[in-house]
Design a protein around this ligand. Structure first.
Ligand code: NCD
Length: 322
């Protein structure tokens, strides 16, 4: 049994997903992130809150923004941050996920930020180590810090989450970003639609509390937020749509389809983008409406808040039990 975490406002050792977090817990994370957005815009971005703490980034899948963002977040809080490159680690020699985790755990990190291609793998790992674990994306399951940064981007622009109509469009089937966003937005009182071809929505998605559309113009009607997803070809076995050209024709976001949404609807994408596949370049780069760059900026602040809050909960290695 792990010792009770110190914080009663956020009584969790790990951040494995958004599912199960309360509105107050989500608001706490978002509110705490706000001060870091401001701090990150200053010349001196560094503070000593996490001095002496060790954070290990353990990424079993390629990543540009999430891994860099965790690294910057840890360093700006004064922690030591190590990036474990799986390409050169013992994982290549056949070491299992759990052995790798136990080896790293023996070096007394305070936080492991982990990305893994298998849904559920990070929960399994978190049961074997005595530090805090942050899910940086597990298979098609959850990507909680992405949903938090999306929520803060929306809240800063629209002033609220409650009552907004949000469309999540594209490859929902393979998207952990979609799942985490659906949980968060529903918990915070927004209404969520998913818009996708029939082949790219999980059959039971309505159970998560979303409305399903298979036509972009119908689904985007009156939406406040248009969140596009990457077509995740690396997770596809078989054919999910006839051709990229046809996919763009029916589901790619261009100005014509966007016209169905509210005139001040925000355009979002977690990155990396396939330009000309799920989103037209002109729309992606329309910085009057596209907040794609802002999402990346806010991602660092959100990860700082998560690191700060979880680190406050984790006792020194000598006092930790599994
Ligand atoms: C997402 C991911 O890895 O799940 N990217 C990210 O973290 N910014 C989305 C994606 O890969 O399409």
């Amino acid at each position: 049994m792990s010792k009770a975490p110190k914080s009663t406002a956020f009584p969790h050792r790990h951040l494995l997903g958004i599912e199960g977090l309360s509105p107050d817990e989500i608001s706490l994370l978002l509110d705490r992130s706000e001060k870091y957005v401001e701090q990150n815009r200053k010349a001196d971005k560094k503070q000593a809150t996490l001095r002496g703490r060790t954070i290990i980034n353990l990424f079993f899948e390629p990543s540009t923004r999430t891994q860099t963002s965790f690294e910057l977040a840890g360093k700006r809080l004064g922690a030591d941050v190590i990036n474990m490159s799986v390409a050169t680690s013992s994982v290549r020699k056949g070491e299992t996920l759990i052995d790798t985790a136990m080896t790293l755990n023996a070096m007394h990190p305070d936080v492991l930020a982990v990305r893994h291609p298998d849904s559920g793998a990070i929960k399994l790992l978190s049961d074997k180590v005595n530090c805090a674990v942050i899910n940086g994306g597990d298979g098609t399951h959850e990507h909680p810090t992405q949903a938090l940064l999306d929520a803060l981007t929306i809240r800063r622009r629209k002033g609220r989450l409650e009552g907004l109509l949000v469309a999540i469009c594209g490859d929902v089937l393979h998207s952990r970003v979609a799942r985490s966003n659906i949980h968060l937005l529903n918990t915070m009182g927004a209404r969520v639609r998913v818009i996708a071809p029939r082949t790219l929505v999980p059959s039971s998605i309505e159970r998560l509390g979303v409305e399903v559309f298979h036509d972009m113009r119908a689904g985007l009607q009156d939406c406040d937020i248009v969140m596009m997803l990457r077509l995740q070809s690396e997770r596809m076995q078989g054919n999910f749509f006839p051709s990229v050209r046809e996919y763009f024709h029916f589901f790619g976001l261009d100005y014509e389809k966007l016209a169905a949404a509210k005139p001040d609807a925000l355009i979002m994408h977690p990155g990396p983008m396939n330009r000309g596949v799920e989103i037209d370049s002109l729309v992606a780069d329309d910085f009057g409406r596209s907040v794609i760059r802002e999402q990346v900026e806010i991602g660092v602040a959100v990860r700082m808040a998560v690191l700060e809050i979880l680190s406050a909960n984790i006792p020194p290695p000598a006092d930790r039990n599994l």
